[in-house]
Design a binder for this molecule. Structure first.
Ligand SMILES: Nc1nc(=O)n([C@H]2C[C@H](O)[C@@H](COP(=O)(O)O)O2)cc1CO
Ligand SMILES: [Zn+2]
Length: 164
């Protein structure tokens, strides 16, 4: 008996989870860099999602979004919560032991600490545009020491258009 063939152009797991991270990043109010993160179990179940934004209760409209200001209290860096940290903290109580983190931008040193302490064992990232800066060198040093693997997911060349 003839059977239908399955689709062949479905998303790979890596494309799917990075796509979800990128979609989450579109929620960010940061005019400079929008980052998304998606945490996935070893069995490829989504455990949590996050994007960079102001802490809950801290108004997006009152907080500064500038990179630079003579007054450091008027820069976003004092306040913004990174996508990876939001994803780690937002998970609905599930253990993150052995989980994978998909993120559009390589984690900073502070997020690396949270990644290690939460039990995440692999980081899959798309972009590493700040690689030469000390926070990212420190991040890799800690991830290496703690046995957290990381790998870049190269652009697959696919573009996905969503009609909303
Ligand atoms: N891995 C990361 N996850 C993040 O969520 N972020 C956030 C913090 C800021 O809101 C923004 C970076 O701003 P900029 O310096 O590129 O204008 O992205 C930044 C990094 C880079 O370490
Ligand atoms: Zn960070």
């Amino acid at each position: 008996m003839e059977v239908g063939m399955k689709r062949t152009d479905y998303l790979s797991w890596d494309e799917y989870f990075m796509g979800i991270a990128l979609l989450a990043g579109l929620r960010s109010k940061d005019p400079g860099t929008q980052v998304g993160a998606c945490i996935v179990s070893q069995k490829n179940k989504i455990l949590s999602i996050g994007y960079n934004g102001m802490p809950t209760g801290c108004s997006d409209d009152e907080m500064p979004w500038d990179r630079e200001n003579e007054n450091p209290l008027q820069t976003k860096y004092m306040y913004v919560c990174h996508a990876e940290l939001n994803a780690i903290l937002n998970n609905a109580g599930a253990s993150l032991q052995g989980a994978k983190l998909y993120v559009s931008l390589f984690p900073c040193n502070d997020c690396a600490k949270a990644i290690i302490q939460s039990g995440i064992k692999e980081v899959i990232y798309q972009c590493d545009k700040y690689a030469d800066m000390p926070p990212y060198i420190a991040s890799k040093r800690m991830l290496d020491m703690a046995g957290v693997a990381y790998r870049q997911l190269p652009h697959s060349g696919r573009t996905v258009t969503l009609e909303l």
